[in-house]
Design a protein around this ligand. Sequence first.
Ligand code: ZN
Ligand code: ZN
Ligand code: FE
Length: 764
Amino acid sequence: MNSERWRITVQGVVQGVGFRPFVYGIAVELGLTGWVMNSPQGVTIEIEGAPDALDVFATRLRDELPPNAVIDQTCVRPIILVGDTDFEIKGSESGGVKTALIPSDLATCPDCLREMLDRDNRRYRYPFTNCTHCGPRFSIIQALPYDRANTTMRDFVMCDACRAEYDNPLNRRFHAQPNACPDCGPQMALWDDDGNSLAERDAALSAAADAIWDGKIVALKGLGGFQFIVDARNDSAIRRLRQRKGRYEKPFAVMMPTQAHIQQTCAVSHTEWRLLLSPAAPIVLLGRTNGEIAPSVAPDNPYLGVMLPYTPLHHLLLAELGFPVVATSGNLSGEPIVTDNAQALASLGGIADLFLVHDRPIARHADDSVVYIFDNEPVTLRRARGYASAPVHVDTEGVELIAVGAQQKNTLSIAHHNHAFVSQHLGDMDNAATLDAFTRTLSDFQTLYDLHPAAIACDLHPDYTTTRLAERSGLRLIRVQHHHAHILSGMAEHHLKTPVLGVAWDGTGYGTDGTLWGGEFLRVDSEGFQRVAHLAPFRLPGGESAAREPRRCALGVLYALYGDDLPRDRLDFTPKEIEVLLTALHNQLNSPVTSSMGRFFDAVAALIGLCHRSSFEGQAAMLLEFAQHTVSHDECYPFNITPVTTEEGGVGYIIEWKAIITTLLRETEPAVIAAKFHNTLAAIIVDIAQKVGEPAVLLSGGCFQNRALLEKAVTRLRKAGFTPFWQQHIPPNDGGIALGQIVAAVKEMRHVSGSTGENNQYQR
Ligand code: ZN
Ligand code: ZN
Ligand code: FE
């Protein structure tokens, strides 16, 4: 018979998702011989047989992929015949460039759930049940390729029954690396805050459920870290959690026992259900209807962050309780989520009453991801569990890079082999614990992918902790303007190559002129950016502290408008405080100039009495967004656009907002003012887009977490004939900055290599 042998290499998410047994199944069915194995690049197959059968094999490989596998690239080439007599699954190969992708943690699959609820199954009520379709991956992997010896399961020796499943290519648990059962796998225990064990195994779960029922706060060791669990119906218990955590008003997410519970509380669209039930199982922000959720869970908020149980442990606990619980990251405010039992006792002891722990170590932290659906697509506000391991395709041109991100809500990123890997959410870089997580995550990336960076990218802000870290690295330094990075981040995720008008609106970022930017329109192309328009600047009395005090932003805005004769009755300051701040403004002391849209939002929220001081970042803007929730209004406030000459000598525009403020100060209804204010901003975007004339308009920056603003801007842009883009899988907030820095740095390195005529200096 005329046989051929092919060597097929497959890259993508092909490890830990049942890919090899899938290949094995097809090969055996078609009577083909050869082997399949995991490699640091992905999966390698050598397959031999009749050419027709090989063609069928290749087609089925593509068309019948297991549910959680993703193929990025397949390479097929004919090789010399070997004459194998059967098809086998070989052990893993190591060596070569590491391009395999870390698989994500996957929510419990229906088969595993069924087994756990079956009294006659050996995994009945076992909280660490998993298979190749579900279970931990990202949170337990210590090295690639993904084999048990490279995970935190390495010290659990499989019993005979588990081993038999693991070795059988036709079993659902064939090479399921975290495979375990009650006889050989991890177990849980309930501890008091001194670490004394109060109960073990199933008794620990019942005791924890009793405590939650009683209004206690339980720190539960979940998949990517600890969570605080509290009865979501118990207002005083939630208030106690807020008090102890120092998180006074920021909304909490809830975990619902069943879909029926969600239905009783929220309005859920088809797309939202799909997301809630997906293997990533994120927190989805849903429109609230009613239900039994205590007011302190998400005060005055028309949305509720909701998720379903995603591990067997969560399923068992929520089934035992039968009511929704608050499930929030087990951390101190702004710090990374805690992953280690001892560390949990040490740092969460003052908050939790009890600890429901287990002995499967967490290799890598991951908070619950937070998304909402807009225009049938997710908008990711916090990117972590279930999503963080997926890279963005960026043409890295053979260069390896590190990007350190911004300061708040930080992530870091690396460029490696035509991928930008963006880390899971890390946190605010002003505390030592986040700095620690940053360092760990960076060395994690360097080890996993054997990285040899040619340069390091950071923000232009001289005082960011990340900038200082980058400066100390000894690597070639590339500084990237903050808002340029926001727009490049959006362009990277949408693979936009042509010029765009970038609308970068956020709190603040350091501008090329040394002032604080944040209400920017940047024309971005492959050469760089021009600042084509921005909000007319005002001063922020008190500088950075204005971010926590919207009343200071209001003062700055009124001062720009009226000088010393500003209407004092609109400001929540004592007469003496006003005098001090006016003197500072007058002398331009500690009152930096800003064009920030975020601070402008704050000013308006304060001027109409919604928020004078905020207890968390973005609170004032959120209250302004929610204020307009109940009214539908199409009107806008008047505004002026003044042409100016840009730094580069081109035409630019200043957005004069004086008429907006003077008009809204004469009105009284906060809901109407809020609606008209949002409309006005959307109209401004369209006006500038028409003046600049780029067909593609990209919206990024923290202000576009606001779905009213996003929706109004997208609607008006489409109506005016533009193609709007916005961030979906990478956050519009500063969690997206690292990706933008990578893109800018790749371009910068190309310029360098282009000018010296040498391309190979960055290759290993
Ligand atoms: Zn499963
Ligand atoms: Zn076992
Ligand atoms: Fe920003």
